[in-house]
Design a protein around this ligand. Structure first.
Ligand code: HEM
Length: 168
């Protein structure tokens, strides 16, 4: 099953542009307080954008119960298919500059919690947790600094952060 702690940590790490900068091996250059500190009112939109951008659950496998045509591709009944949530959430046909984290982006439905009858039961809780964590970080550690390498999860279908050293 999924490590919830890591799923919530990933968006928090992404909320800070310095994470991406550090992972590219460059010097941290973002202003103190990070991307969200300047606009706490945008937290709800920010959580959605972080979920879209990170897509903590990257994919899931299914078997087609009947023949179906998706974007012109015929999928026969019984075929194994992979639902690439992470890819769909960066689809340029739906998201302008999809590879860019933009917390001011117009809110649109994304697939970070899946879709259909297996849509994540914990989605409202995860959204609430994400919002509360960001609120608390901003309230109590507004000028935190990332001081060490970010360690990411290495599982087959989840994306997240296991270690994010900071200085407050
Ligand atoms: C950022 C946090 C989370 C993400 C990104 C996430 C993502 C997902 C996704 C993509 C699915 C669909 C799985 C599928 O289609 O097979 C799913 C299912 C599920 N999630 Fe989450 N989840 C999160 C947090 C949580 C939490 C906090 C809980 C419970 C407290 C939870 C409980 C479940 C359950 C029970 C299912 C199975 C639903 C079903 O098969 O009917 N999730 N989640």
């Amino acid at each position: 099953m999924l490590a919830r702690r890591e799923l919530v940590a990933a968006p928090i790490a992404s909320a800070d542009p310095r994470v991406a900068i550090r992972q590219r091996g460059k010097r941290a250059a973002a202003p103190r307080g990070g991307l969200l500190a300047r606009s706490p009112a945008q937290l709800t939109a920010a959580v959605e954008e972080l979920l879209r951008f990170e897509s903590p659950v990257q994919y899931q496998a299914r078997r087609a119960t009947r023949q179906v045509c998706v974007h012109g591709v015929q999928i026969p009944a019984g075929a194994r298919v992979v639902l690439l949530w992470g890819s769909a959430n960066r689809d340029e046909r739906r998201w302008r500059r999809a590879d860019r984290l933009d917390i001011a982006r117009e809110a649109k439905r994304h697939l970070a919690f899946g879709e259909g009858i297996h849509h994540c039961l914990g989605a409202p809780l995860a959204r609430l947790e994400g919002r509360i964590v960001l609120e608390q970080v901003l309230a109590h550690m507004p000028s935190y600094r990332i001081v060490g390498p970010v360690e990411r999860v290495t599982t087959h279908n989840t994306r997240g952060v296991v270690r994010l050293p900071i200085e407050v």
